[in-house]
Design a protein around this ligand. Structure first.
Ligand code: SME
Length: 156
């Protein structure tokens, strides 16, 4: 189970110490990946607005060929196009899906955003069917919001 409150506090301490988003994004991905056996692949994609693509920042799990994903493509790109988090309980039923590994059964995408400004997303795969709950969405959103604070501060 992800201890999201502790992770958010750790991320704020890193910010107070002067760490930049690169360090925060790596720490968050590692912490989320090690928190729960349901999570087989955890990564962060950042939105490159000029290219209108998601660019993979860092991940824990099997290597993926999806280093860059156009907005609108796959579960990841659809979340950005629809400005909405996505919980896909059965990826085999998803028409707009980019497979990473044949063992993945479900996927959750939580946006890193400040209102309508989308910076990127936390993307998590699971080898269990329907692995993700509304609670996961809430906890991961609290982490994503802290990451968004730092990304916003660096873009000012
Ligand atoms: N499944 C995602 C692609 C990213 S991988 O899971 C790492 C998608 O459909 O967008």
């Amino acid at each position: 189970m992800l201890e999201a409150g502790k992770l958010v506090r750790d991320l704020q301490i890193m910010r107070d110490e002067g760490h930049l988003s690169d360090a925060l994004l790596r720490y968050a991905v590692r912490s989320i990946a090690s928190s729960d056996d349901r999570f087989s692949w955890v990564g962060v994609y950042l939105l490159n607005a000029e290219a209108n693509e998601l660019w993979l920042h860092n991940y824990v799990g099997s290597p993926t060929e999806h280093a860059k994903i156009p907005v609108g493509t796959g579960v990841c790109g659809r979340a950005v196009a629809e400005k909405s988090n996505l919980n896909v309980p059965d990826v085999s039923k998803e028409e707009n899906y980019l497979a990473c590994s044949p063992d993945v059964q479900s996927e959750m995408v939580v946006l890193i955003r400040a209102g309508d400004d989308i910076y990127g997303q936390i993307d998590i795969d699971s080898e269990e069917a329907a692995a993700f709950t509304d609670d996961d969405d809430l906890l991961l959103q609290s982490v994503a919001d802290k990451l968004a604070e730092q990304l916003a501060a660096e873009r000012r």
